[in-house]
Design a protein around this ligand. Structure first.
Ligand SMILES: *Cc1c(COP(=O)(O)O)cnc(C)c1O
Length: 387
């Protein structure tokens, strides 16, 4: 699964495809290549594959078939949810207020800010606590009749914190305001039952749970109005025009099913390794701080900031030594802007520039973590001594 001499510790950025998933996808590139919209047997067989994938995902989410829309990625799902609901709710009842957290993925943040800069919507950011968590009470205080939608990330890609989605969802349901969650990081380890979560819309992306890149899904609760943002044919109930990517959709469904069946045991083993990292770093590296919640966080996710450390330099030095980590988001480094997520939690600019995210996965071993910890500790000592 991995390059021989390299250790991948960036599973929050993306995951390798599960071999069982790849096997399941292969026939749909050549044998069963039809267009799902075609009437003939080629089309029928492709359509069957897409509908079986839809059935499998809807079983996992505890929703009905027509509530799942296939998209080209997690980003597109977020875009369709935010933009589609904002436009529909403004048309329906004049609602122009969007309520989101400051710790959203850029797919949500930049979509919401474009609605403000180009389309006249008003955007309000919820506060977060020092762990980057949204408090349901703050949603209750800020939600209003003019709110077009609320969007809160389920599990944060940068700091791992898991938000109280069920409680926030209950508040939105009572207020009858559509509630979207970006669950792109949640597929491998967290429950996705939309009725337990009280969500109206939920975004997923295949490559974060050992499925293919370039495919996503959006759950839309029956009755929630969404304006299509990609127009054309009548695919996906007219909400997302374009010929479906059959092999990728098949792969995503298979990957989600495998991941969700294994999620409890996978979580347990990840938590053990994660806490090994967190405990050792905090104990052995002076001036190290955990970012995100100590317990209510993704089982495979450890993230830190270090005093007097340039995070980008740390990443390059770890990379040279064979460890592929991240500073938080997978967005290309090179711009030394501190992360808005870390700033919103109250960190100062300088500390926020010294961030490191270590995210584990199915092929991470305790041995690798022990070696990684030695390297990390030595690298930081070396960097600090050469200032
Ligand atoms: C990766 C990610 C996305 C974007 O998904 P893509 O499929 O890469 O477009 C959105 N939100 C979160 C939380 C993510 O981690």
């Amino acid at each position: 699964m991995q390059m021989n001499d390299k250790i991948y510790l960036d599973y929050s950025a993306t995951t390798p495809i599960d071999p069982r998933v790849l096997d399941k996808m292969m026939p749909y590139f050549q044998e069963i290549f039809g267009n799902p919209s075609s009437i003939h047997i080629y089309g029928q067989r492709a359509e069957t594959a897409v509908e079986e994938a839809r059935k499998s995902i809807s079983d996992t989410l505890h929703c009905s078939l027509n509530e799942i829309i296939f998209t080209s990625c997690g980003t597109e799902s977020d875009n369709l949810a935010i933009r589609g609901v904002a436009f529909a709710e403004r048309a329906r009842r004049g609602a122009d207020h969007i309520l989101i957290s400051p710790v959203e993925h850029h797919a949500v943040l930049n979509t919401a800010s474009q609605l403000v800069s180009n389309f006249g919507f008003k955007l309000e950011y919820l506060p977060v606590d020092k762990y980057g968590m949204v408090q349901p009470d703050d949603v209750l205080q800020r939600i209003k009749p003019e709110t077009a939608l609320v969007s809160i990330i389920y599990a944060n890609n940068e700091i791992g914190t898991i938000n109280p989605i069920t409680e926030i969802g209950e508040i939105c349901q009572k207020a009858q305001i559509p509630f979207h969650t970006d669950a792109v990081q949640a597929g491998t380890y967290l429950g996705l039952n939309v009725n337990k979560l009280n969500v109206d819309l939920m975004s997923l992306g295949g490559h974060k749970f050992y499925g293919p890149k370039g495919v996503g899904a959006l759950y839309i609760r029956e009755g929630v109005e969404v304006l299509s943002t990609q127009t054309g044919g009548s695919q996906e109930a007219g909400l997302r025009a374009g010929t479906q990517n059959v092999p990728y959709i098949v792969g995503m469904a298979e990957a989600l099913q495998i991941a969700q069946e294994a999620r409890k045991s996978a979580s347990e083993s990840m938590i053990e390794l994660r806490d090994l990292i967190i405990d050792n770093v905090l104990e052995k590296i002076p001036g190290s701080h955990l970012t995100g919640h100590p317990k209510l966080r993704l089982p495979n996710h450890a993230s830190f900031v270090f005093d007097s450390i340039d995070g980008n330099l740390l990443l390059s030095m770890l990379d040279i030594r064979g460890y592929s980590c991240s500073s938080g988001s997978a967005c290309k480094t090179g711009n030394p802007e501190p992360s808005e997520v870390l700033l919103s939690m109250g960190l100062d600019d300088k500390l926020a520039l010294g961030s490191l995210r270590v995210s584990l996965g199915r092929w991470t071993t305790a041995d690798q973590i022990e070696c990684f910890l030695d390297t990390l500790i030595n690298t930081i000592i070396k960097m600090r001594s050469s200032i």
